[in-house]
Design a protein around this ligand. Structure first.
Ligand code: AP5
Length: 189
């Protein structure tokens, strides 16, 4: 399976991606996690990405696309992958098509988690107090949501037109959401 999970900040993409990747035996590739690991390690990529992330803006497409292209070329992605947080722009959609097409393949499904804005804000504010993630301050949360609804939410229509989009409610308990996602994909839990 070559899957993408989409949804606004705080929708539960990362949380559900862990469950899904485990159930399907495919690697979970989170662009946000890769950027954060690079920030922590102080790599040139991390130094470049940090100012964008802390402002709630997207890291430029050329940087992000190259990072994903490199990750998808690794051997563990040969039988599938779950992309979490990529693609987020028109350019990234086209790049992903090219990466997947280059190995004679195509995406299997795109899962969109839908969640009320009040709920995602409250999840991220809670995470801020528990973990102190640098982009979980209230102003930055607001900006991340604006950027998502402006640049990324319209992209789900592209995948809907291709017959790939599955919308799943991300509201409620984590286990209930997992059950809905697995059921929508026809995966035995
Ligand atoms: P990224 O890390 O992907 O951040 P995000 O999209 O804002 O998503 P979050 O991680 O905040 O939320 P999530 O939907 O994964 O939910 P989660 O499971 O964590 O990206 C960070 C930044 O990196 C971007 O802003 C950008 O700068 C850059 N970046 C990344 N990808 C990029 C790209 N493709 N192009 C350009 N730039 C890119 O859950 C959130 C919280 O809610 C957690 O505390 C969790 O425990 C809790 N929670 C989850 N599910 C539930 C539930 N059902 N009920 C209650 N709480 C829940």
């Amino acid at each position: 399976m070559r899957l993408v999970i989409m949804g606004p900040p705080g929708a539960g993409k990362g949380t559900q991606a862990v469950v899904l990747a485990e159930a399907l035996g495919i690697p979970h590739i989170s662009t946000g996690d890769i950027f954060r690991a690079n920030v922590t390690q102080g790599t040139p990529l991390g130094l470049r990405a940090k100012s964008f992330m802390d402002a709630g803006e997207y890291v430029p497409d050329d940087v992000t696309n190259e990072m994903v292209r490199d990750r998808l070329s690794q051997a563990d992605c040969g039988h599938g992958f779950l992309l979490d947080g990529y693609p987020r722009t028109v350019d990234q959609v086209a790049e992903l098509d090219s990466m997947v097409g280059a190995v004679g393949s195509k995406l299997s499904k795109v899962v969109e988690l839908t969640v009320d804005v009040d709920e995602v804000v409250s999840r991220l504010v809670r995470r801020s107090s528990e973990q102190g993630r640098s982009d979980d301050g209230e102003d930055v949360i607001r900006r991340r949501l604006e950027v998502y609804f402006d640049a990324t939410a319209p992209l789900t229509a592209v995948y809907d037109d291709r017959g790939l989009l599955i919308k799943v409610s991300g509201m409620g308990a984590v286990a209930d959401v997992s059950h809905r996602v697995l059921e929508a994909l026809g995966v035995d839990a």
